[in-house]
Design a protein around this ligand. Structure first.
Ligand code: STX
Length: 331
């Protein structure tokens, strides 16, 4: 196993770390029809004749943002980014209709065909890693490499850790805010209690639950803790789509046919080159899942960042991911 060097302080470590590529603007964007109720917003960034990559955001329900264009060298890659069903600029907003992992995988294929790409590097963190793995397992011939961060397998164990009992012990302050909208009598099944509220016909009930749900994730995402909650988790439009879609997917256990489906089918991606970058102190998607993945997929490079939590912008995580996308160019 590779570890990033652990010097006396993050400041010393950061002096040796790669940083994001410069900000860049899409050279194309649009909405892709799905044949059903959803239209998918996508962007193409970098170089039109560059090496193809697709960037999958987290959540689910999290949406793309301009920082996500900066993990690949824009002078060498052709990046495709899209907002998954119901979130970001995809339409209709916050819709749970026909919104499943398998529908998202079909959207990736639809976008690939629309862009005339044969095979691409698939990049994703957190839920983006889940979706990348599920896509690669179902369409291995379309994947040239996988670059993954904050590995999330949507197992019952991970969901219980983050939404019922586990992470609560490390963030009792943030956890108290997560519990607040739910009466004591319903706290034995927080996922169920939140699901009822997030699918409630009264938008005010949805909004209150969505704010608390989203803030819980924002408070736990960075190694710097609740004080570093990113501003978007406080924005109501973001929070409602994020919370409704996440809870819908997790109440349905990711729509996987069985717990452990990704690891049970890992043989399908044995020959795909991969990079896994994982924060040691990731509380949202603890290291155990990345460890299980790299054990089952020995071909993948595995890097644990000693001073990082879950966020893609933790300096050591950026460093690992940027080095990985550079290496993927040499394939
Ligand atoms: N959700 C994990 C996840 O995929 C349980 C995720 N966490 N935060 C994000 O995604 C965003 C950064 C996209 C908001």
């Amino acid at each position: 196993m590779e570890r990033t060097h652990a010097p006396a302080s993050p400041a010393v470590a950061n002096a040796h770390r790669r940083t994001l590529y410069p900000d860049n603007e899409p050279f194309a964007s649009g909405w892709l029809a799905t044949g059903g109720p959803h239209e998918i917003y996508y962007e193409e960034c970098g170089r039109p004749d560059g090496r193809p990559a697709v960037i999958l955001h987290g959540g689910p329900g999290g949406a793309i943002n301009p920082t996500m264009r900066r993990f690949f060298d824009p002078s060498r890659w052709r990046m495709a980014l899209f907002d998954q069903r119901g979130c970001g600029k995809s339409r209709p907003n916050a819709s749970l209709e026909d919104n499943t992992t398998w529908a998202l995988i079909e959207d990736i294929e639809r976008l690939r065909e629309h862009l005339g790409v044969e095979k691409w590097c698939v990049f994703g963190g957190s839920w983006g890693s889940t979706l990348a793995l599920a896509y690669a397992i179902t369409h291995p011939e379309r994947v040239s490499a996988l670059v993954l961060r904050g590995i999330f397998l949507v197992s019952e164990r991970e969901l219980r850790w983050f939404y019922q009992d586990g992470a609560s012990m490390m963030f009792p302050d943030a956890w108290a805010r997560f519990l607040d909208p739910i009466p004591e009598a319903e706290r034995g099944d927080l996922m169920g209690a939140y699901h009822r509220r997030l699918t409630h016909p009264d938008r005010r009930v949805q909004a209150r639950a969505a704010a608390a749900w989203s803030q819980w994730e924002g408070d736990t995402i960075s190694i710097r803790g609740p004080e570093a909650r990113p501003a978007k988790f406080n924005e109501m439009d973001f929070a409602v789509a994020f919370a409704r879609i996440e809870c819908h997917y997790f109440a349905n256990k990711g729509f996987f046919p069985e717990d452990g489906w990704i690891l049970n089918n890992i043989a399908r991606i044995q020959n795909i080159p991969g990079w896994i970058v994982q924060g040691r102190f990731d509380v949202v998607t603890p290291l155990e899942s990345a460890w299980k993945l790299k054990t089952a997929w020995p071909r993948a490079h595995f890097e644990v960042v000693w001073d990082a939590g879950h966020a893609s912008t933790e300096p050591g995580v950026v460093d690992g991911l940027v080095r990985a996308t550079d290496k993927a160019l040499a394939l």
